[in-house]
Design a protein around this ligand. Structure first.
Ligand SMILES: NC(=O)c1ccc[n+]([C@@H]2O[C@H](COP(=O)([O-])OP(=O)(O)OC[C@H]3O[C@@H](n4cnc5c(N)ncnc54)[C@H](O)[C@@H]3O)[C@@H](O)[C@H]2O)c1
Length: 249
């Protein structure tokens, strides 16, 4: 494996499982010092154990603006730099519009969108001092609209707008901002979906299958690498083609 991140400091939110874990391990295996925030202490310790010299875990609720800022500033203070921030943490509280509670609305917006702003604003201050940075945020194929997910759709469309706006502000400081819109990827979040809903969705994927967390980690590592320096404001679909339109086989 290339060591594209040797000497770099990478922050990942929600790194204990799923896509976050795959990215934490990928960045560590490519030479980075990786710091991830999560709330699941037990699983998080397993991730640290996979590369104990390269991976650090902090219990941080990134939807808490003060906690998010303190975390980012502390890592920057300890390490002297932040090269990459991955805004990955997200939650789902699916329901039809008439049944979405105010709490479910706020929870999804807080973790998927607000936290990206808190962490990015804090990281940007450190990236600017070195005129270098990569901010990658997680949207979803759902950002274009998906039945029964109004809160999630709104948050993930918000991530697209956030990324495009942030890209303009980061550009003159050497900071890129991009997003990944995953399709159906095999993670605990997808496993929580009922079998019938899942089968119907997989049948619509042009490439005919779900993706693996490593598919996302590969795309993330590229977008966060120095070699992707001329790419900013982009939303990359990593979705087996489902974003093109459905293909019922
Ligand atoms: N898995 C998919 O198929 C899929 C598809 C589209 C988009 N996404 C997006 O990709 C991202 C990762 O998805 P995943 O499937 O790996 O999710 P996941 O639920 O498996 O993992 C999310 C992680 O975020 C952590 N987290 C949740 N709230 C947090 C908070 N307030 N502070 C800190 N950590 C918190 C959780 O503890 C968990 O470890 C999410 O933003 C999700 O919306 C996933």
């Amino acid at each position: 494996m290339d060591s594209r991140f040797t000497g770099q400091v990478v922050l990942v939110t929600g790194g204990a499982q799923g896509l976050g874990r795959a990215m934490v391990e990928r960045f560590a295996s490519e030479g980075a010092s990786v710091h991830f925030a999560d709330l699941n202490d037990q699983v998080a310790q397993e991730v640290v154990a996979s590369h104990p010299d390269a991976i650090s875990y902090d219990r941080v609720d990134v939807s808490d603006p003060a906690a998010a800022r303190i975390w980012v500033d502390r890592v920057a203070g300890d390490k002297g730099r932040i090269d990459v921030l991955v805004n990955n943490a997200g939650v789902i509280r699916d329901n039809r519009v008439e049944n979405i509670t105010v709490e479910d609305w706020r929870a999804v917006m807080a973790v998927s969108l607000d936290a990206a702003f808190y962490c990015s604003q804090a990281a940007f201050a450190h990236m600017k001092t070195r005129s270098y940075g990569r901010v990658l945020s997680f949207s979803s194929m759902s950002w274009r609209g998906n039945f029964g997910q109004l809160n999630y759709v709104a948050a993930k469309a918000g991530v697209v707008g956030f990324t495009r706006g942030f890209a303009l502000e980061g550009a003159k400081h050497g900071v890129t901002a991009n997003a990944i819109a995953p399709g159906l990827i095999e993670t605990p979040m997808l496993a929580s979906m009922n079998d019938r809903a899942r089968e119907k969705l997989v049948a619509k994927v042009p490439l005919g299958t779900t993706g693996a967390p490593s598919d996302i980690a590969t795309a993330a590592a590229f977008l966060c690498s120095a070699e992707a320096g001329y790419i900013t404001g982009v939303v990359l679909d990593v979705d087996g083609g489902i974003g093109i339109g459905s293909s019922i086989r």
